[in-house]
Design a protein around this ligand. Structure first.
Ligand SMILES: Nc1ncnc2c1ncn2[C@@H]1O[C@H](COP(=O)(O)OP(=O)(O)OP(=O)(O)O)[C@@H](O)[C@H]1O
Ligand SMILES: [Mg+2]
Length: 178
């Protein structure tokens, strides 16, 4: 039986959250850990179907994901959550829910600068925003409140995916969670 935890990866679109989460998940699973990845896009298709991208809906989305992650983590799963979560108060509420239940919670800021993210533009969102086809892109014309004191900050522009995942792994290991 392993100790569960929620590992939230917050950051801008194309920062590398999903990529790091799956890289880390592979490594953790290979060691026998139970792992689930709660990815933002997939969640929006199901649990958060019908929610949009207003401040209120983004908050609700993050609270729902936090609720599910805590349930999993409380039951020994490492719940990896690569979700933008742009608002400080939304993230704090999730952290509090974990604290109240005595469940481990780790916040990782994937702090890739917007210039690098918009260059990567994995989903073409930055291009769409620039062309006026999309409004409310986090970090461009919608807020992103960067965490002031995350458990770990990753500069993905200066390292490989493997190095980024390894740094999260090292932190989990240090805390007795992996
Ligand atoms: N060190 C690194 N860590 C993570 N991704 C990296 C790194 N270096 C380069 N990349 C590349 O950056 C891109 C990140 O895309 P990814 O889909 O993971 O971003 P995301 O943060 O999940 O974005 P979104 O919020 O839109 O889902 C990938 O193409 C990945 O290969
Ligand atoms: Mg993603």
């Amino acid at each position: 039986m392993t100790t569960g935890a929620t590992v939230w990866l917050t950051g801008l679109p194309s920062a590398g959250k999903t990529t790091i989460a799956y890289e880390l998940a592979g490594r953790l699973r290979a060691e026998g850990h139970r792992v689930e990845v709660l990815d933002g896009d997939e969640i929006r298709e199901f649990i958060s179907a019908g929610l949009g991208f207003s401040r209120e809906d983004r908050h609700t989305n993050v609270q729902r994901i936090g609720f599910v992650a805590e349930l999993l983590a409380r039951n020994g799963v490492l719940a990896l959550v690569p979700v933008i979560a742009p608002y400080q108060d939304s993230r704090e509420a999730v952290r509090k829910r974990h604290q109240t239940n005595g469940t481990a919670y780790v916040e990782i800021h994937v702090a890739t600068p917007v210039e690098v993210c918009s260059e990567r533009d994995v989903k073409g969102l930055y291009a769409k925003q620039a062309a006026g086809e999309l409004k409310g892109l986090t970090g461009v014309d919608d807020p992103y409140e960067a965490p002031e004191s995350p458990d770990l900050r990753i500069e993905s522009q200066n390292q490989t995916v493997q190095e980024s995942a390894a740094s999260v792994y090292a932190l989990l290991s240090e805390r007795g969670l992996a």
